[in-house]
Design a binder for this molecule. Sequence first.
Ligand SMILES: O=C(O)C(=O)[C@H](O)CO
Ligand SMILES: [Mg+2]
Length: 261
Amino acid sequence: MPRFAANLSFLYQDLPFLERIAQAARDGFGAVEYVSPYEYDKQEIAAALKQAGIAQALFNLPAGNWAAGERGIGCLPDRVDEFRLGIDTAIDYAKALDCPTVNCLAGLAPAGSDPNHLDWTFIDNLAYAAPRLADAGIALVIEPINRRDMPTFHLSTTEHAERIMAKVTSDNLKIQYDFYHMQIMQGDLIPTFERLKNRIGHVQIADNPGRNEPGTGEINYPFIFAALDRLGYAGWVGCEYKPSAGTSQGLGWMNPYRKEN
Ligand SMILES: O=C(O)C(=O)[C@H](O)CO
Ligand SMILES: [Mg+2]
């Protein structure tokens, strides 16, 4: 049975951040994930998780100035110092929140930049981060993101992620396989997942088009959830979608996967 994590950067947007944790637990999620914990007190988040009896599945490494439109700094040559400092911050938060996995966003390619230079910066940064996170017992993932929503995002296919991973050569570096992005960029969702399953460290879901909850679009999620079970995926499935009419009201798709069934 898949284990679902509520992505609090997408779900429960009508609630203050810390209150989203308790509501996710009440709605039957086993874990939460979100873009960034860093603007909150880690002890306050830890207390909210404990009180709700819910796990922390994932958050991202510090990703630059999100409000200004940045989407990660992993590939940016002039941000290497900031990236490295961010690893210490992420380890600090992940330990406090008992978070098993962190996601490194590659970032948006600056206009006129050399893709090879961005690749090598990304590779060097990941080679720096992966062993340090491994020592702390934290897995590192990288996420291809579709080019329709983010035309300049540096990492948008699993093939590119594989090329990066081949250069980093760390067992502690895996792919965050977001079925929504993969449907837009590549299709062939389950054969690709099956081929890469030992190299996939985290999974996220949303339907397409619209990035709404499962069952609102073209992706056959019952088939996908059965395949994840069949293929032995035991990690969290991050629900990173825009609820089409309220988060709690729109969780009917999850009913067949609740423990009581
Ligand atoms: O955009 C996505 O799909 C992600 O998972 C990023 O981490 C931002 O939420
Ligand atoms: Mg995602």
